[in-house]
Design a protein around this ligand. Structure first.
Ligand code: 1GP
Length: 242
């Protein structure tokens, strides 16, 4: 069943914006997690994403199991590697790094994950993933050995996102990189959204409520924030459920 994807489509048709809090198993230990999750539950967050670029084997499964004890929000895997796939989550962003030209991250890792996925009931969300430059080297760039797309070549970003849709991907995720100096510029979000008939996820470097609202206004359907909550949990206060 396509529960998570359908609920994203339903939210868009009702003009509701979505927010995912990204939890990196590498930076978060299950101990003491309950308070953090409680803050998520009391905020406007609609999803919890779990993933990271360099995560120890089994850390993701332990973390997801722990999160589920404290929240009913859908947990979506945002994996940096096949080892992070766990049946404990609700869905998986099946990411193809279409901004890069590394075959491992375009199709190789996907083939390698099939024997695992076959035994699971995870909802698989085919996602075109585009890394955009932000002024410093990101973990994704290092791990995948790919170059981010230039901010100056907006048409190329738009065409790449559209190619993802035409290939049958169900989501497009434009990423400035975790801890990016600047979020994806509004102009890029607008131009990409204008071209797409599928939901648009935007993440990387969003640290303020103003930046979040600007991303929504520009056309992001779902925004992902990780670092800002890791660094300062009081940010949840500004994003409380009304
Ligand atoms: C990273 O887009 C996510 O993959 C979130 O980025 O950690 O900068 O919020 P931040």
């Amino acid at each position: 069943m396509k529960i998570i994807y359908q609920s994203i489509l339903n939210s868009i048709s009702e003009d509701e914006k979505l927010l995912a809090v990204l939890i990196d198993p590498d930076k978060t230990k299950p101990e003491g997690l309950s308070e953090f999750i409680l803050k998520i539950n009391n905020s406007i967050a609609t999803h919890i994403f779990v993933g990271g670029s360099t995560v120890e084997e089994s850390a993701t499964e332990k973390l997801v199991t722990e999160i589920k004890k404290h929240s009913t929000l859908p947990i979506v895997l945002f994996p940096g590697d096949v080892s992070q796939i766990t049946n404990q989550a609700d869905a998986l962003l099946f990411l193809s790094l279409i901004s890069g030209r590394n075959p491992d991250y375009l199709i190789g890792k996907h083939v390698a994950s099939v024997s695992k996925l076959r035994k699971m009931h995870l909802e698989v969300l085919p996602t075109g993933y585009l890394l955009i430059e932000n002024g410093k080297e990101t973990a994704v760039q290092k791990v995948t050995n790919t170059k981010p797309m230039s901010l100056e070549h907006i048409q190329s970003i738009v065409d790449t996102a559209k190619a993802g849709e035409l290939l049958g991907m169900k989501l497009i995720y434009i990423e400035a990189g975790s801890g990016a100096m600047q979020p994806i510029p509004s102009e890029i979000i607008k131009r990409v959204k204008n071209e797409l008939g599928i939901p648009l996820i935007v993440g990387g470097g969003i640290r303020t409520k103003e930046q979040l609202l600007l991303a929504y206004d520009s056309g992001a359907d779902l925004v992902v924030i990780g670092t800002a909550f890791e660094n300062d949990e009081s940010f949840f206060e500004e994003l409380k459920k009304s």
